[in-house]
Write a protein that binds this ligand. Structure first.
Ligand code: KIV
Length: 257
């Protein structure tokens, strides 16, 4: 049975840290699930780490659905959350319902994630949750706004901190079951986490969040460039390079098979 939203709420109460990682295919998803990762996010970062784009902006809904189906085939336990890609939910509420509805109908994902905490997004989340689609929100650094925000840390000034804090409160009220807090100060991440009753999942938001998420390609040392808040636990790029060059050498020297 997959981890439920109620279970995540319970873990927040119990102060049991929630572990989340991204996945983009069956093989990675299977390993993460076996390792006991609680939330497997099919993030639109797959546009960069799996499809080679320079940002998440070109990712399509069809691509997200295709990758989410593959991830779900590898998962028995984790809650699978699928990102709504850029311009598949911001135009109006009908567009958001149709896009999120496709994810829920066509894949085995348990929830969708969307970026932003501005008033129209609050309304969208309210409507999606009203019709039974669980929504994870995402504020702070929102990569779909890269052309406006860059990849800089957010919530630096008092005014910006207040804005993000108020967005978090409004998102909880609108019905979001959890919020990703990306690249904000530890103080702000901790304050939001202490104030909300829904779990916060941090990425570059300090140690005070209810859980942590990383892009799995960063963790494995597969990404071209590591964000300042990420950590590589392995250097798979080197391991894969060594393995394939060894194989090539064996074939050329007729040592394989
Ligand atoms: O797309 C993604 O991988 C994400 C994480 C950075 C939270 O949204």
């Amino acid at each position: 049975m997959r981890i439920s939203i109620e279970k995540l709420q319970q873990w927040k109460q119990e102060k049991r840290p929630i572990v989340s990682l991204t996945a983009w295919d069956y093989a990675i998803a299977q390993i993460l699930d076996l390792a006991g990762i609680d939330i497997i996010l099919v993030g639109d970062s797959l546009g960069m780490v799996a499809l080679g784009h320079s940002s998440t902006l070109p990712v399509t809904l069809d691509e997200m659905i295709h990758h989410t189906k593959a991830v779900c085939r590898g998962v028995n336990r984790a809650l699978v959350v699928c990102d709504l890609p850029f311009l598949t939910y911001q135009s109006n509420i009908t567009q958001a319902i149709e896009s999120a509805g496709r994810i829920i109908k066509e894949t085995e994902a348990g929830a969708v994630k969307l970026e932003g905490g501005y008033p129209s997004m609050i309304e969208t989340i309210s409507r999606l949750t009203e019709i039974g689609i669980p929504v994870m929100a995402h504020i702070g650094l929102t990569p779909q706004s890269v052309k406006m925000l860059g990849y800089k840390k957010q919530g630096i000034t008092q005014e910006a901190q207040e804005k993000i804090f108020n967005q978090a409160i409004a998102l909880e009220k609108a019905g979001a079951f959890s919020i990703v807090l990306e690249h904000i100060t530890e103080e702000l991440g901790t304050n939001i986490t202490k104030t909300l009753s829904i779990p916060t999942i941090g990425i570059g938001a300090g140690n005070g969040c209810d859980g942590q998420v990383l892009v799995t390609a960063d963790l494995l040392g597969l990404s071209a460039k590591l964000p300042p808040f990420a950590k590589s636990y392995a250097n798979l790029k080197e391991i894969i390079f060594d393995s394939v060059t060894h194989f090539a050498q064996d074939v050329r020297e007729q040592n394989f098979p």
